[in-house]
Structures are given as structure tokens and as C-alpha cells.
Design a protein around this ligand. Structure first.
Ligand SMILES: [Zn+2]
Length: 141
């Protein structure tokens, strides 16, 4: 199955990742303070497109303030993050926050990004994050 669907707790925000088999999608445990607080496990793949649909999202920025960490305004689930690099949008999904199927029994790979420069970070995201479609996203208030 090359298309997986998930949603936040209240169902207002729906997500989709399409183009890669679930078994080929990585499962990462980012060790930053934000992800640890949420118990977030993220996934993305350069050959898979991520779409965010509906729902009102709060956008939270921290650190270098380059990416938007998106939280459902209604139920508070952290659903994923998006960034714009050279005019293109890239995203990751929080597998836990959208209850994405296909990762049962998988052991997450711990990732630490603390020592990255801004340039290294942009390069990594371009290489690893998914092209994102946020067109149906409603702007946050
Ligand atoms: Zn919600």
C-alpha cells in the first residue's frame, strides 16, 4: 500500500503520505525538546508526497524559526512540520500524532540534530523530507 491516511484526535486535520510502501518509510525519534515532549515519531521520504487537509492548525516555530510545527487548534495533536526551501515546500508527519498505520512493531531510530548549521539543516531536509501539499490548509488565526 503506497498511500497511508491519518488524522488528529478530533479528526479535523487529515493527512496522507503517498508514493512509498509503509515498510520503506523511516521511523525517526527526533531528540529535540519539542519532539520529546510530544513523544513524536516522525516519517518522511523524498519519493513520497505528504498532504495536509482541512482543520485549523496552530503554527509553532522555535530554534532557527525556519519550520512550522503544526498543531490542531481543536484537539492539540502535533500532526507534522513543514518548511519552505528555495520556494518548495517539504514536510514530515508525526506518526504518533496522526495515528498513522503501517508502523506497528517498528523500532524508531533516534536522531539528534543539535550540531547542525542552518545550511546543513536545509540540505538534510531537502534530501529527506517529503514534498508537501499544503494548499488545502486553512491559515491559522
Ligand atoms: Zn484535532
Amino acid at each position: 500500500m503506497k498511500r497511508l491516511h491519518g488524522q488528529c484526535h478530533c479528526g479535523a486535520v487529515r493527512v496522507e503520505i503517498e508514493g512509498v510502501e509503509a515498510a520503506e518509510l523511516p521511523l525517526r525519534a527526533c531528540q529535540c525538546g519539542f519532539c520529546r515532549r510530544h513523544g513524536a515519531l516522525s516519517t518522511s521520504h523524498p519519493d513520497a508526497t505528504i498532504t495536509f487537509m482541512g482543520g485549523k492548525l496552530l503554527h509553532y516555530r522555535f530554534g532557527h524559526r525556519r519550520s512550522d510545527y503544526m498543531i490542531c487548534a481543536q484537539c492539540g495533536c502535533y500532526v507534522g512540520a513543514a518548511v519552505e526551501i528555495d520556494g518548495a515546500r517539504y514536510a514530515i508527519l508525526n506518526v504518533t500524532g496522526v495515528d498513522l498505520p503501517g508502523f506497528e512493531g517498528r523500532k524508531p531510530e533516534p536522531w539528534v540534530f543539535d550540531d547542525e548549521t542552518q545550511e546543513e539543516r536545509a540540505r538534510r531536509r531537502k534530501a529527506r523530507w517529503s514534498p508537501a501539499d499544503l494548499t488545502e490548509l486553512q491559515p491559522s488565526a
